[in-house]
Design a protein around this ligand. Structure first.
Ligand code: PEP
Ligand code: MG
Length: 759
């Protein structure tokens, strides 16, 4: 090992120094070297750590504990990890290293500066830096003593049970691993966010910036709907500014990390970034992109008018299985469970089994949530976890829909997950192939990382609109960056179920206004994310059993088969109070200028229901002829009677294939025992779809699909060939659907041209 000092400053670091400063240190150094305003930092080098081990004799002591350790023996592994960590933490840091750290800290600022202390794994030893990210980070560190302790804690975190296990599996010698520690001024951003340096879908030179108040975590995690700025690099001007209603922000919480607080009224609708800040950020984005040669996903923060660039990495792409090390089934790993791959992505973490929604307090950031079936009160826990595994359900169950929107890998319908897996067990979930492996496998994404959604590719323009489905407003921003042509389905029941009170509860407690406001605000977030593009908001469609655990749920009727029960438009027509409150929210949104809102009625089985719903809306003051009202085709009756609906004046129709399939071939969509018979391409289903498309075309009415089948490229090909006008897919499927649609359209045109030539 060459003679590297204990400390290296960012300005001194070059790419080649990765073995001394680790991946994080090297990338910060590189950013600083190209002139990006990175917060000041120094790195306690890997060589300092090595000197610490040698001078304290720890290298020998650690070797004694880890030699011959059977890493498959969980208890022995945990014990060894605890012993080594304690040794590292308790050993006295050699005074030369201590003095160097103290002197550097002082050089950063004479006063006790608040810093972040982060482990930076050295790529030489841990090539998969993403997995290595499990080593510790300490925020809000102030004062020499706390700094020295944190550095030592970072060093100790190299010997966590998972890290030892991973290294053993990857064949790394524990005696040679190294770690560097980055000490960086903590930026308590007053405003912060993310930036795509080029358009994430089309690759156009358009910089997209999203920002909100407080720390950037709020934007990254999707807890807030941020302001949206578009800067056109060709004209060097701001092309678009959309100001969102920013209800919450994440702020530092003393020494306890961070907390989520409400944004005061004055700032909620205020513009976060001044035009000059947008332009400056876009310029930094350009510098980063030019330097790295590919579009970047940048995190930034602003304090007292100073912009800081916190991180820059290439925009991740959809089909990036190789990059996660999970290209196809991993043959050497032990498969514990098989189910349906419901939300793509891979993740490794510890199992936490939840048998009752009220026990979700046990769920920690980065865990693997294992449960019989998720329900709406579990959504807060679902936001935290690295992956989700359920016993029950298919591709259209609650867990599948919400996981896809959160970008969390999920495997559903494993039948025995809650019985076979054990609390605390380390597993790897592959949400694409529907597999759960034992242990950490193939460098899966580190716990907590979401499946990437966006793709950098050539612009794809299709004649068939490609729209996106949204169920939870916090997914709106992720949905919007796909560049979708609108929202083909906004399921508002997820919004209501998240409130944990039934609509009936609001009505009987005279809190109608509160209910309308919740609906208004939730829908508005989605409308704001899709300016000028149609958003079809569906009226309430929650089966009675989904309301059961909520306040007011005790008054829901007990139904033997809720799928065939009191849901959708049939319930709204019989419950005018409930329907009226939804219409009230729509009316206010139309009045506020959201003309691109369309309303879609679910579970319609007869044109009379459409006519009645429209009449009720007219009675409540809606200009029904001038707003877009349409239906879901999800009951065979509505497909068979499509012409009657068209004559009744529907403005659009959308196939809800999740239900259309189950009602056509009598296969429960959520029953894993018959999941293999749930066939979206059953000839009877295809006939219903084909006939309906033809009729809609005759009447010049938009015909779409928003069921899960629309997210399958093969089905998309068939639909385009049969003349569908638009396809609404899941966020994660947009790019591949767009490509399938474009290819099919081109093939159709080419074949037509060839046929003409041959005539
Ligand atoms: C459908 O039935 O295909 C649909 C989109 O609606 P949901 O999944 O909410 O029943
Ligand atoms: Mg449905």
């Amino acid at each position: 090992m060459k003679d590297v000092p204990n400390i290296l400053w960012l300005e001194e670091i070059r790419k080649e120094d990765i073995s001394s400063v680790g991946g994080k240190g090297a990338s910060l150094g590189e950013m600083a070297s190209i002139g990006l305003p990175v917060p000041p930092a120094f790195v306690v080098t890997a060589q300092a750590f090595r000197r610490f081990l040698v001078e304290t004799g720890l290298d020998q002591k650690i070797f004694k504990v880890s030699d011959n350790l059977d890493v498959e023996d969980n208890a022995a592994l945990e014990k060894a990890a605890d012993t080594i960590k304690a040794l590292v933490i308790k050993s006295k840091m050699p005074s030369a290293i201590k003095d160097d750290i103290k002197a550097s800290y002082k050089k950063m600022s004479q006063k006790d500066l608040i810093v972040a202390v982060r482990s930076s794994a050295t790529a030489e030893d841990l090539p998969d830096a993403s997995f290595a990210g499990q080593q510790d980070t300490y925020l809000n560190i102030k004062g020499e003593a706390a700094l020295l302790t944190s550095v030592q804690n970072c060093w100790a975190s190299l010997y966590g049970a998972r890290a030892i296990y991973y290294r053993a599996k990857q064949g790394f010698e524990d005696s040679t691993v190294n770690i560097a520690v980055v000490v960086q001024q903590l930026v308590h951003s007053e405003k912060a966010g993310v930036m795509f340096t080029s358009h994430p879908i089309s690759g156009e030179p358009i910089t997209i910036i999203e920002g909100s108040w407080g720390l950037g975590e709020a934007v990254v995690s999707g807890s807030v709907s941020p302001d949206h700025y578009v800067f056109d690099q060709r004209t060097e001007s701001i092309a678009e500014t959309t100001i969102a209603n920013k209800k919450v922000e994440i702020v530092p919480d003393g020494s306890h990390g961070t907390k989520l607080v409400a944004v005061d009224a004055a700032r909620q609708d205020a513009q976060v970034l001044a035009d000059a800040e947008v332009a400056k950020l876009a310029m930094y984005g350009k510098i980063a992109e030019n330097h790295y040669g590919v579009p970047q996903d940048v995190e930034w923060g602003i304090v007292a008018g100073t912009i800081y660039i916190l991180q820059s990495r290439p925009i991740t792409t959809i089909g990036k299985k190789e990059a996660t090390g999970m290209s196809g089934q991993n043959k050497d790993a032990k498969i514990l469970l098989k189910g349906q791959g419901a939300a793509p992505g891979t993740a490794t973490g510890k199992v936490v089994i939840i048998r009752d929604a009220k026990d979700t307090g046990a769920v920690k950031e980065g865990d693997i949530l294992v449960t019989r079936m998720t329900n709406p009160d579990m959504v807060p826990a679902m936001r935290k976890v690295a992956a989700i595994v359920t016993d029950e359900g298919g591709m259209t169950c609650h867990a599948a829909i919400v996981s896809r929107e959160l970008g969390t890998p999920a495997v559903v319908g494993t039948k025995t997950g809650t019985q076979q897996l054990k609390n605390g067990q380390l597993v790897t979930v592959d949400g694409e192939l529907g597999l759960v492996y034992e242990g950490a496998v193939g460098g899966a994404a580190k716990a907590g990382s979401a499946a990437p959604v966006v793709v950098g590719s050539a612009p794809v323009i299709t004649a068939t609109s490609v729209k996106v489905n949204v169920s939870i407003p916090e997914a709106a921003a992720r949905a919007a960056v796909t560049g979708a042509d609108g929202v083909g389905l906004l399921r508002i029941e997820h919004l209501i179920l998240g409130l944990n009170k039934t609509p009936g509860w609001y009505i009987s407690n005279h809190k109608e206004e509160e209910f309308v406001k919740e609906l208004y605000d939730g829908i508005k977030i989605v409308l704001d994310a899709f300016p000028g593009k149609t958003v079809w908001v569906r009226t309430l469609d929650a089966p009675t059993d989904e309301f059961r655990n909520m306040a007011g749920g005790e008054n829901e009727p007990l139904e033997h088969n809720p799928m065939l029960g009191w849901r959708g438009i049939r319930r709204d027509l019989q419950s005018p109070d409930q329907f009226r409150l939804q219409v009230e929210a729509f009316k206010r949104l139309w009045k506020a200028g959201y003309e691109h809102l369309g309303v879609m009625f679910p579970m319609v089985s007869h044109p009379d229901q459409f006519i009645k719903a429209k009449e009720m809306m007219r009675d409540w003051g809606v200009d029904v002829e001038n707003v877009e009202l349409g239906i879901m085709i999800e009951i065979p009756a509505s497909a068979i009677m499509i012409e009657d609906f068209l004559q009744a004046g529907i403005k659009f129709a959308s196939f809800g294939t999740n239900d259309l399939i189950q009602y056509t071939i009598a296969i429960d969509r959520n029953n894993e025992n018959v999941a293999d018979m749930y066939n979206p391409q059953h000839p009877a289903v295809l006939t219903l779809i084909h006939n309906s498309i033809q009729k809609c075309r005759e009447y010049g009415v938009e015909c779409s699909i928003c069921g899960q089948a629309g997210s399958d490229p093969k089905m998309a090909v068939w639909l385009v060939e049969h003349g569908i006008s638009s396809i609404s897919a899941n966020i994660d499927a947009i790019a591949k659907i767009r490509e399938a649609v474009a290819r099919t359209e081109k093939r159709i045109i080419l074949e037509a041209a060839r046929n003409r030539d041959a005539e």
